[in-house]
Design a protein around this ligand. Structure first.
Ligand code: UDP
Length: 235
């Protein structure tokens, strides 16, 4: 395997599958099957999941809600998704732990770096919930932060598009995908990989990001096998 320890970032929206809202059980079990393939190969797996399928703080604020209140609601949404994913992973036979940045003792461990690392060493999949625990941040930032903290080799950002393009492929038919691109080039060309806070944190800490299509079966395993899938953002 090319990577010993990975941080998989899944957006909340990905969990909707074909639905308009919420969680699609089929998508959850499909993701569990994909994750099992790399777990079986001994890859140590940390996961950060978004909450956009349930609630986004910015959306709440645009409807007149207090932004900070909305952001905490968004963080709780990530915990709900984390619990759903945890259930699906355990159903597929993988040991897991959910650690949250906000304390919710009955259902999750508090985030403790050393403990998380120990779980990973023992082959448990660690899901980090509640983002960074702070309003005004995103789960992409939480993914990079935790990825750095627990020493992951790479951030694997599973999305609906299969990489980074010269332009938005859903709007421009001439858009071409990059196999690899540097952090500096992403910035110089104004491309969108992650929000600026997450992106800069990753760049400063030399943590590469691979953007790939999580809905294409086998992609996750291929990446861990060192095959070129999606777009790799490197230093
Ligand atoms: N959020 C937050 N702080 C964090 C992570 C998330 O306040 O550290 C809130 C924020 O309101 C965000 C919501 O949780 O809109 C859901 O996360 P995000 O939008 O990143 O999820 P995704 O787009 O990946 O589904």
């Amino acid at each position: 395997m090319s990577y010993k320890r990975i941080l998989l970032k899944l957006s909340g929206e990905a969990l909707m599958g074909e639905r308009q809202y919420g969680i699609d059980p089929k998508t959850l079990s499909d993701y569990a099957a994909e994750i099992k393939q790399i777990h079986d190969q001994g890859v140590e797996i940390a996961i950060v999941i978004g909450g956009g399928n349930i609630f986004r703080g910015v959306a709440g604020a645009s409807n007149g809600m207090d932004r900070v209140q909305g952001d905490y609601m968004g963080m709780l949404a990530t915990v709900i998704n984390g619990m759903a994913l945890q259930g699906a992973l355990e159903d597929a036979g993988m040991p897991t732990r959910l650690q949250t940045a906000l304390k919710i003792e009955a259902i999750a461990e508090p985030y403790i770096k050393r403990r998380a690392t120990r779980h990973l060493e023992k082959g448990r999949i660690v899901i980090f919930g509640a983002g960074t625990g702070n309003p005004y941040f995103t789960t992409d930032t939480a993914a990079v932060l935790r990825g750095i903290e627990v020493d992951c080799d790479v951030i694997l950002k599973g999305t609906r598009v299969d990489g980074v393009y010269t332009a938005d492929p859903e709007k421009d038919p001439n858009a071409v995908k990059y196999d690899t691109i540097t952090f500096d080039d992403v910035l110089a060309k104004g491309l969108n990989v992650m929000d600026t806070t997450a992106f800069t944190l990753s760049q400063e800490n030399k943590l590469p990001i691979i953007v790939f299509d999580m809905n294409k079966k086998g992609n996750l395993l291929k990446i861990c096998n060192g095959e070129t899938v999606g777009t790799t953002v490197t230093i």
